[in-house]
Design a protein. Structure first.
Ligand SMILES: [Zn+2]
Length: 228
């Protein structure tokens, strides 16, 4: 044991630490702590505690955790905001694409029959119905849909999108096509006997041919076109 008890040193240690003790006290403490590990530890602990008081450490830890939580929350809300943004952006893109396709590309509006001319309706030697379809309003025709209804009416429906485009050639009339309609084959492939062929829709139609109708014979040119 040391000459001076640890209790005494413990009492003066704060003074020693704050450097407000007498030289004599300082010398005694120095001498004591040189040999007493317990008091040396106490002094060391004192300096740590003063540098970072226990309460303060706890508080910093708490605040640190709060900050972490705030950061986590913020990161999460940032992620949610990003996800929302992504969904909104994707939706807008989707709507724009749908809108574009819907307005410009989706051919679902049937063009009125009064802008079409069906000409050269005739019957070829093999029995096929021949005709030409042309349109006169200067717009593009994007699609012709074929529908065979239950009553055996075959509709060739010209379709356009909502926003129609001008025909590139800017001709007053442009030929959609020459049709060489094989009634027997079409009936067989659709498992129903075709009774009539119309251009248009059930509400707005041009009759091209119906069963029993006598058509003029096709011209030599037409026969030659399909017989090579
Ligand atoms: Zn001691």
């Amino acid at each position: 044991m040391n000459r001076i008890s640890c209790d005494v040193i413990k009492d003066v240690l704060p003074l020693y630490y704050d450097n407000v003790c007498s030289e004599a006290t300082r010398a005694i403490v120095d001498e004591h702590i040189a040999e007493c590990e317990a008091c040396r530890d106490l002094l060391q602990k004192m300096s740590i505690d003063i540098a970072l008081p226990t309460e303060g450490v706890e508080q910093y830890k708490r605040e640190g955790m709060e900050l972490q939580q705030i950061a986590k929350r913020w990161n999460r809300s940032k992620l949610i905001a990003f996800a929302k943004g992504l969904i909104i952006a994707t939706s807008i893109c989707g709507i724009l694409i749908l809108g574009y396709v819907g307005l410009f590309k989706w051919n679902f509006i049937s063009a009125p029959t009064d802008v079409f001319e069906i000409t050269d309706v005739s019957q070829r030697k093999d029995g096929n119905i021949y005709f030409q379809a042309a349109q006169t309003d200067g717009y593009d025709l994007n699609r012709v849909k074929y529908t065979l209804t239950d009553d055996g009416n075959f509709y060739m429906t010209p379709l356009r999108p909502v926003v129609k485009s001008k025909h590139q050639q800017k001709l007053g009339i442009f030929l959609i096509g020459n049709y060489n309609f094989d009634v027997k084959q079409q009936s067989a492939s659709r498992n129903k006997e075709i009774q009539a062929i119309y251009w248009g829709t059930p509400e707005d139609r041009i009759l091209i041919w119906e069963k029993g109708m006598q058509l003029p014979p096709a011209s030599e040119e037409v026969e030659a076109e399909y017989n090579n």
